[in-house]
Design a protein around this ligand. Structure first.
Ligand SMILES: Cc1cc2nc3c(=O)[nH]c(=O)nc-3n(C[C@H](O)[C@H](O)[C@H](O)COP(=O)(O)OP(=O)(O)OC[C@H]3O[C@@H](n4cnc5c(N)ncnc54)[C@H](O)[C@@H]3O)c2cc1C
Length: 481
């Protein structure tokens, strides 16, 4: 790869894969264009703290243009990538006002991440939002704190119970961290804030088809996670698949086909990922395979078949069954950037070798589990490691300092300083014209008010309460205990 002009690299995605790649390339004598449809790098592992009122959106989302301001050879472009012309070496984009753009490249790195998967039930999304973006976290914050506000103003105990019941689908790290935080804010942070409800009675149910929460951490640590969660009052309903979601709750199915149901005012989806559609576009253009999660199979050096100048990595790429975690994306981004630099020096590419630095998940206040090589930590020692790992990965001194301060306030104190939510907002700007709003927010919160009417809800919840037997509903099926 020799060239007389400066080498042009386009990086798609300023996330955990794209940002380190851009930074490394920016230190070389070449030009980089970083294209992202968001203006920020998102620290997804702390999204649950935005949703539950510990962190502000800005404290986990450094602005890409600002982060890269000193790199004069980096051009940051806010636009959605819509396609690729691999033969002409062009990336197609659409900008915010809808203008079409074209960005030529000599080398291309695509790290567009993954979105939520509803396993073919995209209709669940309106009722059970997932947690992948800042918008998702703000939506969840609104639903969590909004549900408690509705319970507070309701005079019917059955309705109060309905709104104070949260079902989280998926007992992986996201579901566990969210579940622990919702219980903790209810019994610890909000205990003096309400007059007509008792926040400590908030029910949080984690529903998952597997046997143990955080199963990826292995028997000993997931057992510890289970006991910590149970002590915090999180109800674990393992071995159940959620097969239906409606505004009144979820339907479940056990391993032997037994049906169940949980009534609740809020459902949160924390299960399943689907690779960016850009993985499919690249696969189509190169003949590469995609797996069930839509991830594109890449060559050992992370490039694509027939196109050594194009790299795909992070959550949208599949290689050696590597997991969809920050470290894989970061190391992949650095590998692709280094490969481009090597080739510019006339050297061959080498296969990507992943160094597993371990994994960590927070369960609650001063409680986390950590697995690094043969070392297993839980409880407070686990929390200390979890804290330092997250501080190290956060971008910028200011963000690290803010995180430390906010954790101290929430965990040593009881503060939830970020509880503001917008009552009328669902995925759209309130200043939008009505006809646009009708399209982007067709079902304003609460979904029930719009879809079914309040009266319907009262009847449903009241009749469920009449036949209630420890969480079972009026559907006639026993909810598994
Ligand atoms: C809630 C949550 C918690 C997590 N917790 C952990 C954890 O504790 N530890 C851990 O290791 N991992 C965790 N992960 C996984 C980790 O965040 C991902 O593995 C990592 O972000 C993947 O990096 P990436 O670069 O592939 O994608 P991302 O970091 O998601 O970046 C993708 C970027 O591409 C941009 N993009 C996407 N499509 C387009 C397009 N068409 N045009 C332009 N730009 C586009 C996006 O805006 C985004 O900035 C968590 C993920 C979530 C959602």
């Amino acid at each position: 790869m020799t060239t007389t002009q400066r080498h042009r690299v386009v990086v798609v995605g300023g996330g955990f894969g794209g940002l380190p790649a851009t930074r490394l390339l920016a230190a070389s004598d070449l030009d980089v264009t970083l294209i992202d449809r968001r203006n920020h790098h998102l620290f997804q592992p702390l999204l649950y703290q935005v949703a539950t009122g510990i962190m502000s959106p800005g404290s986990i989302s450094p602005v890409l243009r600002h982060t890269l301001r000193k790199r004069k050879n980096v051009d940051v472009v806010l636009a959605g990538v819509t396609g690729f012309d691999l033969e002409r070496r062009i990336v197609h984009t659409t900008s915010l006002p809808g203008e079409i753009g074209e960005y030529p490249y000599d080398s291309l790195i695509v790290a567009a991440g993954a979105g939520q998967s509803y396993f073919g039930h995209d209709d669940f999304a309106m009722i059970a939002p997932g947690m992948k973006t800042i918008d998702d976290a703000m939506e969840l914050r609104r639903r969590v704190y909004g549900a408690l506000e509705i319970a507070e103003t309701s005079h019917d105990p059955a309705l109060q119970r309905f709104w104070m019941t949260f079902v989280i689908v998926g007992a992986g790290p996201t579901g566990v961290e969210l579940g622990g935080q919702i219980r903790e804010l209810a019994y610890r942070s909000l205990k003096n804030d309400f007059r007509h409800i008792e926040p400590a009675t908030v029910r949080v149910m984690l529903v998952d088809g597997g046997k143990e929460p955080l199963a990826n951490f292995g028997g000993q640590l997931s057992g510890r996670a289970r006991s910590d969660l149970e002590k915090m009052g999180v109800e674990l309903h393992m071995g159940l698949r959620v097969v239906g979601v409606d505004p009144f709750g979820v339907d479940t199915e056990g391993a032997n086909g037994e049906k169940g149901r949980f009534d609740c005012g809020t459902v949160i989806w924390a299960a399943g990922v689907q690779a960016s559609p850009l993985a499919g576009l690249l696969a189509e253009a190169t003949g590469a395979e995609t797996d069930r999660a839509g991830r594109i199979a890449v060559l050992p050096d992370l490039s694509l078949p027939g196109h050594p100048e194009v790299f795909a990595l992070g959550d949208m790429a599949a290689l050696n069954n590597l997991p969809g975690v920050c470290e894989v994306a970061m190391q992949g981004g650095l590998h692709a950037a280094n490969t481009i630099k090597r080739r510019l020096k006339g050297r061959e590419s080498v296969p990507f070798k992943y160094r597993d630095l371990g994994s960590a998940a927070a369960i609650g206040r001063f409680k986390a589990i950590v697995s690094v090589g043969p070392v297993r930590l839980s409880g407070f020692p686990g929390f200390i490691v979890w804290m330092f790992v997250h501080l190290a990965f956060l971008n910028g001194f200011g963000h690290r300092f803010t995180a430390l301060w906010r954790w101290a306030r929430a965990m040593i104190g009881r503060a939830r300083p970020e509880r503001v939510f917008s009552v009328g907002h669902t995925g759209g700007d309130l200043s939008l014209p009505d006809e646009v709003k009708a399209k982007v927010m067709p079902k304003p919160f609460p979904v029930l008010e719009d879809q079914m009417g309040w009266a319907d809800l009262v009847v449903r919840v009241a009749s469920a309460a009449a036949t209630e037997n420890g969480g079972a509903s009026d559907e006639g099926e026993s909810a598994p205990a």
